[in-house]
Design a protein around this ligand. Structure first.
Ligand code: NI
Length: 389
């Protein structure tokens, strides 16, 4: 098991890669420059099995160990940026107005490249490492598409792991938990269909705005009055559109929002009960509704065996005191969920120090974290695929 000092000499090179990627952010699947950069680097490390163009701009590259036959472990990094105008004013700031690496996927890519360089050089493991560089994490579909395009079966990946930087967690620390670590993400739309007319004669109309207001308050009670308070459910109404004039009661009001939860049963509950609640309120006032609910991203559920492996790799790198094994799950979502639905494994957080939060225009990945991320990947591979076992 390596301590982090073994990876300090990769830091300056990985910092250069990270800052290059930071200056040239690309969005969703349109990661042509990023993917070319990654593939060129991988080839320069002596990796000869590199498959590009998976899910448009995703890459899977294989490194064979010299310790004999063994299973294949998948390590995933996301590569896409966000449509945000950067305000950090760092010398390596985004050169493309309105696009920036505000979630640190530049750092994730650089850390996996650093690990690839090390592992391709040492090959001190049995079996195979599959390096997975995915597009379109932010739109929540890139991971799913890579799975749909068959990477798990085609590359015979038996376990899969991911890492995300975590502002607020000190550099050199890791945190993880067994079970749900990121939330399921769903969206809903409710159209309240009333009866429009002159605002001066409300008794001749069915006012969808007043009904929408009741529905918005009503669905909040699903969280406060119908859900076990020790469990997590978020129902946020994030859009409300109705009316165009001071003197007209409109025909329709449109409500939209998001649901986040850490438990499958609560997801089923929310989907069912938001509709029941909205429909009941609308009927009480003489209106009808149209209801749509979309399940966008599954829960990220860490598997016990994968979590234990991740803990071992991180503790070996930074010592047990720097690894929190019972972190609070986040109500954010992460499309690594699709990979964990396909194969067992785990998702871990790596400290990014006191930076701005992810998705903030002043955010920047912390280059001090690079050797920790590289070291974690190497320890994980050399533990999961220990030569001689
Ligand atoms: Ni992210």
């Amino acid at each position: 098991m390596h301590r982090v000092d073994n990876f300090q000499d990769l830091q300056s090179e990985a910092t250069e890669w990270r800052r290059f990627l930071h200056q040239t952010p690309e969005l969703d699947y349109r990661l042509h420059k990023t993917a070319r950069f990654v593939a060129e680097k991988l080839a320069s490390f002596g990796i000869n099995h590199i498959e590009t163009g998976i899910a448009e701009t995703g890459i899977v590259a294989l490194i064979q160990g010299e310790g004999g036959d063994g299973p294949t472990i998948g390590l995933r990094a996301d590569m896409d940026a966000l449509p945000i105008l950067e305000v950090s004013q760092k010398p390596w700031s985004s050169t493309i107005p309105g696009k920036m690496h505000a979630c640190g996927h530049d750092g994730h890519t650089a850390m996996l490249l650093g690990a690839a360089k090390y592992l391709a050089h040492t090959r001190n493991f049995k079996g195979t490492v599959a390096l997975i560089f995915q597009p379109a994490e932010e739109d929540g579909r890139g991971g799913q598409r890579m799975v749909q395009e068959g990477i798990m079966d085609r590359f015979e990946i038996s376990q899969v792991f991911a890492m995300h930087n975590w502002p607020g967690l000190e550099v050199g620390k890791f945190s993880i938990c067994d079970g749900s670590i990121c939330a399921a993400l769903d969206e809903f739309d409710i159209v309240v269909k009333g009866k429009g007319g002159h605002a001066a004669s409300p008794h001749k109309n069915v006012d969808p705005i007043v009904i929408a207001a009741q529905i918005i308050l009503g669905v909040q009670t699903l969280v406060s009055r119908n859900t076990d308070p020790t469990e997590s459910l978020v129902i946020s109404v994030t859009k409300l559109n109705a009316g165009q004039a001071y003197n007209i009661i409109p025909e329709h009001a449109e409500i939209a929002g998001t649901v986040r939860t850490l438990a499958q049963a609560l997801r089923d509950f929310a989907e069912r009960q938001i509709e029941v609640c909205a429909k009941g309120i609308a009927r009480a006032f003489g209106a009808e509704i149209e209801f749509r609910y979309r399940r966008l991203e599954p829960l990220v559920i860490n598997h016990t065996e994968g979590t234990n492996l991740a803990l071992k790799a991180a503790r070996g790198l930074v010592g047990p005191a720097a690894v929190d094994d019972k972190c609070k799950p986040s109500l954010g979502s992460e499309d690594f969920a699709y990979m964990l639905e396909a194969r067992p494994g785990a998702y871990i957080r790596i400290g990014n120090g006191p930076t701005a939060s992810v998705h903030h225009p002043a955010y920047d990945f912390n280059d001090e974290a690079l050797p920790y991320g590289i070291g974690y990947w190497v320890n994980l591979v050399e533990t999961a695929l220990a030569a001689g076992n």
